[in-house]
Design a protein around this ligand. Sequence first.
Ligand SMILES: [Fe+2]
Length: 297
Amino acid sequence: MDKLYPVLLVLAALILLYILWCFVEPFFLDMDEAALKKSSNKDNNKNIKIKKLPMKSKDTKEAPDFCFFFFSDVHAEWCPVNARRLCDAIRKSHAAGHLDAVIFGGDIITSPSKAETGYKYINTVSACCKELGIPFYGISGNHDVRLTDAPGNAGFTALDNKTITITSESSGKSAVLAGIPDSGKHNRVWYQMPPIDSQDPVILIVHDPDAFIHLDPSSRPDFMLSGHLHGGQMKFPFKIEFTVLRKTDKLPNMGAVQGTYDINGTQVFISRGLGCGILPFRFLSVPEATLTKIHLK
Ligand SMILES: [Fe+2]
């Protein structure tokens, strides 16, 4: 029994350290960069083929056509990365190189009773964008569908079921920014792309990356930016966070969890998001906001 005590003590210390780290990690902010270059190999095959890409591709040394500041999954009830810190990151990114837009990938809150906290957060970002003269777009997440007029109250231009043509200040090329809203998890509906009457490359903003699987293959976009998965939020051995806890999420169980991917020729970025859904913990999934550089050619 005497030999067991030190083992139990070490075990208890490790568990304590683990819990402490889970609580501390949400306070960090990883301001990273993702470069996506349009692929000429889009395929309309129904079978999903996923290829992991480096965040900064070797082929993207030339100036990008668009620079977007992308953030997602605020869940303002427990988001230690407050709006002021996020605005500082937006200001820094804009000062380092022109931002074409700030884009929010959905999930303002977890619980509708905290709507005001969420609106206050996103409105602070909106005011910052106005001050800098940057357009601020957003999409509905699965938690936002229980709110009334979330975009209007939060101060961003909604891309839900909409398309906007944007023109690059640096190259003069244009692209279509398109949005698909989330229906929420109860009585889930997977919506299709909004009608697009243009030959320009399409950049889809959608909260849940699984939406890609349900698109008519002929309408797949050239680029897709999304969130929802929180990078698993708390990583466990054998990817239990997805294989057991989120087994209905298809793409992460096929290998696309966070970062950049080529999925059937569509260049995809999946953000880990900023806040915490349900439990106020993160483990090996640091909150992130991303300077997303789009190369149309
Ligand atoms: Fe979320």
